[in-house]
Each structure stands twice: as C-alpha cells, then as structure tokens.
Ligand binder design. Structure first.
Ligand SMILES: Cc1cc2nc3c(=O)[nH]c(=O)nc-3n(C[C@H](O)[C@H](O)[C@H](O)COP(=O)(O)OP(=O)(O)OC[C@H]3O[C@@H](n4cnc5c(N)ncnc54)[C@H](O)[C@@H]3O)c2cc1C
Length: 496
C-alpha cells in the first residue's frame, strides 16, 4: 500500500532552512567534492568510509563539534544475521531468512517490516507495512557485512546470548572506539571533515542535486558535490514535525540523558526538511517514537536492556508487573508505564544477576554503592527501600518466583530461558522513567538508497539518504551502518 505524506510548505516555520532555489551558473563554490556526506553519526561516517574505499573524494560535514551522533551515546546493541561471531558462538538458525522472518513477525525487538502504530492505546509496535520490503531486505541482509566491517577494525562485542540470537551487543568501550576508527580511516584516506558546519539547504540544477548551502560561524557558503548523502538523524526535537506526525507521542518526555539533565535539543530532522523542500517523498512519519527508560541525574543507569540477558522482572509503583519483560524489552517497559499512566518503574533481580557475567555491563556494584540499587533478604525489605507497598510487591514477587519455578507465567505468558526464580539476596533498582529516544520516519528511498521524488516516485538525481533520516528502514544502529555503507557505495558508483 502506498502512503504519501505531503507537508504544507506554507505551514513550515523553520528559520534555519530556507527554500531551495535552482542555482545560477555564476555560483562561487567554497568547496568541491565528489561525495558530500551531511551528518557524522554512525550512518554518515560509514557512508564516508564506503565512498572513500571506492576511491572517491569525500567531504563530511556535521553541525556539532563532535562526531558519532546518537550511536556514540547508544547502548551499542546491533542486530545482524549470518555473521562470523554467531558462527563462532555456535548460535544456530541465524540465517538472513531466519532474521527476516523473526524480525518481520515482531517476536524480537520492533517488527522490521511494520510501521509502528502511534495510537495512544497501541498494545504493540504494529501497523501497516513500510512501502518497499525490498529496501528493508537489502539493508537487513547487509547486516552480515556490517558486523564484518566493525570487527575488521578490531572492535569487540560482548559474548552472545542464545536467548537473543540476532543480538550483538558491543563492549561499552567499543561504542566510542567504532566512530573513532571510522574517523581515523576517513582522515587517513584524505577525506575532509568540517565540524560546526550546518547544512541549510540543497542546491539543485535542472532537477539534480549539485551541492549544499552550509553555514559555519555565521558564514554561509556553498559546497559542490556530484552526490549528496543526507545522514542528519531523526527529528525528536523538531516540535513542528513531532506535533504534526507523532500525535499523542509528541508530548512524551525525551529519554536522552537523565531526568533533570540539560541536553542538546538538536535532533531537528534537518535532512528530512531539506529533502522535502525539493519535493522528496516521506515515509513512516507517523510511527511511534521508540521509547526507553532513564534515571535521575547523578544515579548510575540500570538499563532496561537487562531484560534481554538476565532473569529479572519489572514492577510499577503499585508493585505490579506490567508485561512480558523479555519480549517487550526496554521499549515495552516504557510503553507499559505510559499506557498505565505510571510515572516510573523498578527492575527486580536476584543474586545470580548481581554476581553474574553482566554485572559490569549494568554497573551493578557501582549502583549499589551509589544508591541506584538496593539489596534485601526478602521482598518486603526491597519494597520498603523504594517506597512501594510491601504487601502488593510480595504478592507479585512470590507469584513470579512460583511461576518461574513451574515454567509457566500465569500473568503474561513469558516463556524465555531467563524466566527463572530469583535467588536471595534480592535487588531492586531506584525509579526509572519512561520517554522517547529516537524517531523512525523520514525520506523515502529505493533499494539503492536514492531519495525518491513525491510526485512521480522517481529518484532525485544526486541525492541519497542513510540512517534515521531515511524513513524506509529502521533507525537501529545496525540499519544506520548498513544503509550508510550501501549509500556510500551507491553514491560513489554514481560518480563518473
Ligand atoms: C541513548 C541512546 C541509546 C541507543 N541505543 C541503541 C542501541 O543499543 N541499538 C540501536 O540499534 N539503536 C540505539 N539507539 C539509536 C541509534 O543510536 C540511532 O538511531 C542511530 O545511531 C542514528 O544514527 P544516524 O547516523 O542516522 O543519526 P545520528 O546519530 O542522529 O547522527 C546525525 C548526525 O547529523 C548531524 N546533523 C544533523 N543535522 C545536520 C545539519 N543540518 N548539518 C550537518 N550535520 C547535521 C548531527 O549533529 C549528528 O552528528 C540509541 C540512541 C540513544 C540516543
């Protein structure tokens, strides 16, 4: 089914980006390149590397003073199929087809082929299909190469978890090492990086994109390029787009950083706006933003991704469980709190987790020392430490342990191998709050990552998109890198 989203240009009030004009022949170009990458997150950096490896001249610009984007702040959890790491770990049934089937069905993480429903009572991430399954398929099949690309830099991943066979979480330090390695390669191959340089608009001639107008320290100038790749991220901080497309969810607090923390508000969907201004099609703009948990300022964060790898459960301030934690993951926990109108929730686990292999990954020792985790010998003791009803919490706790011992979750039908009784002493986290941390939806592309024109579905010559700027794929890091590599190679291939 084809859905087209038409923005009313007249309604846009985005002062930073003026409407693009066809260029005059006398234009003065401050820079000239073969491939121009706009945005230096995981998508933009990998696109730049791919274009350089194809032997092209590349300039990458970023409006910030630092590179790596949200990927460098992320938990580093990649999804991929048919990789050497999975083979070495003896993990079975992880072919590209298995991945495609599982992720499309939505039985792990958000369903790949679906637009996430943005309705207030949405029970799951579900909805109508994305426009072109072939685009999703190409990007997801390429995840095999993504993990090779990363591993070839010597970047390490955590041991794999058979309960989440497609998940490849990076070591904590790898999350910063990976962009650093890409930057090193870009510089080493002669790519030029301009920081503090914001793209304002696309420059076109005879319907083709031929460059970008950019701004640095209040000076505007033009960069000529044979191909432009837009990799400027999502639009969580663009109030206009959020209100127009995300409905109820536009009011969700942002879960980037801790509660009460100052943060940058610059995820403004610039590439999406620039593309749209020259007539690009948009896709999946209405999908629900992806939700996550966050802590209060000054408390070590106990990520709700703990439900992927440890026997643990999640309770509301009323002491009740809200979902199958393993299937719902961190996003499901956040969604359940918002749906139940609960302000926060707590993670509960036992000594097996506290002393187990993931204690470093989730800062458990530090959390106990610094007051974001509490220990108790009984459920009542735990409940008192965080101010929830000991009676209600004990009922929930005892039911969880009893069900887990019997292998039957009588509340939410949880079936995973981590559904195991907790052993004393027990632990509970401090409050974790729900919020949105990334948007899906953006420019529509074809399988070659070429941006399509709204009026005729034809590629706009010279224009590519990658990562969360691109509405035709997911905004996960694996798809950011995968689409970046593909867009970089495609853009390079288009240059004579
Ligand atoms: C806290 C957190 C944890 C996460 N954890 C995970 C995870 O474990 N697994 C996962 O799959 N995903 C995760 N994500 C999501 C994932 O990190 C992002 O969706 C992904 O990294 C997006 O990459 P990107 O390159 O498309 O965009 P971004 O990372 O947003 O990069 C865009 C870049 O473009 C630049 N830019 C923007 N506008 C302009 C302009 N006009 N001119 C020049 N430059 C511009 C920005 O400064 C930025 O550097 C997480 C996100 C966050 C915030």
């Amino acid at each position: 089914m084809k859905r087209r989203v038409f923005l009313s240009l007249a309604a846009l009030s985005l002062p930073a980006i003026s409407v693009a004009k066809e260029t005059s022949s006398k234009k003065v170009w401050k820079y000239q390149t073969q491939v121009l990458v706009v945005g230096g997150g995981f998508a933009g950096l990998s696109a730049a590397v791919a274009a350089l490896r194809a032997g092209k001249k590349v300039i990458l610009i970023d409006k910030r003073l630092w590179l790596g984007g949200d990927g460098a702040l992320s938990s580093g959890i990649f999804y991929a199929a048919d990789t050497e790491l999975q083979k070495k770990a003896g993990i079975k049934n992880v072919s590209k087809d298995d991945y495609w089937k599982q992720i499309c069905a939505g039985t792990d993480d958000e369903p790949l082929a679906k637009v996430r429903d943005n309705s207030r009572n949405s029970p799951v991430y579900f909805g109508v299909p994305k426009h072109n399954p072939d685009v999703l398929r190409r990007v997801s099949d390429n995840t095999t190469n993504v993990i090779k690309f990363i591993s070839d830099y010597g970047i390490e991943f955590l041991p794999l978890n058979p309960a989440k066979p497609f998940q490849l979480p990076m070591l904590k330090k790898s999350v910063q090492q990976f962009p650093a390695k890409m930057i090193e390669e870009i510089k080493g191959k002669g790519g030029q990086i301009l920081l503090n340089t914001k793209a304002l608009k696309l420059i076109t001639s005879e319907g083709r994109v031929i460059g970008v107008q950019a701004e640095q320290k209040n000076q505007t100038f033009d960069i000529k390029a044979d191909a432009v790749i837009l990799a400027t991220g999502g639009f969580l901080d663009n109030k206009y787009l959020m209100k127009k497309y995300k409905g109820f969810w536009s009011a969700a607090p942002a879960a980037i950083g801790a509660v009460g923390e100052k943060r940058a508000f610059d995820r403004t969907g610039d590439g999406i706006m620039m593309g749209r201004e020259i007539g690009a099609a948009l896709e999946d703009m209405e999908s629900m933003p992806k939700l996550a948990g966050r802590m209060e300022v000054g408390r070590p964060f106990i990520s709700w991704t703990i439900f992927d790898v440890e026997p643990a459960f999640f309770v509301s301030p009323k002491g009740k469980r809200l979902l199958d934690e393993h299937v719902g993951r961190y996003a499901g926990c956040s969604l359940a709190l918002m749906r139940e109108k609960e302000p926060y929730g707590f993670v509960v686990f036992g000594s097996e987790t506290f002393n187990g292999k993931n204690k470093g990954r989730f800062n458990l020792e530090k959390g106990l020392q610094e007051g974001s985790i509490f220990r108790g010998d009984s459920p009542e003791e735990l409940a008192k430490k965080v101010g929830i009803s000991p009676e209600e919490f004990s009922k929930t706790f005892n039911r969880f342990n009893h069900d887990a011992a019997n292998g039957k979750d009588t509340e939410f039908g949880r079936k995973d191998p981590l559904f195991r009784p907790l052993k004393a002493p027990y632990y509970i986290s401090t409050k974790g709050y729900p919020g949105a941390y990334k948007t899906e939806g953006g420019l529509e592309v074809n399988e070659r990552l070429q941006v399509l024109r709204a009026k005729d579905d034809k590629p706009i010559k010279g224009l590519y998109a990658a990562g969360s700027t691109c509405g035709s794929i997911t905004a996960r890091i694996n798809d950011a890198v995968s689409s970046g590599l593909l867009a970089g190679a495609e853009a390079a291939g288009s240059v004579k």
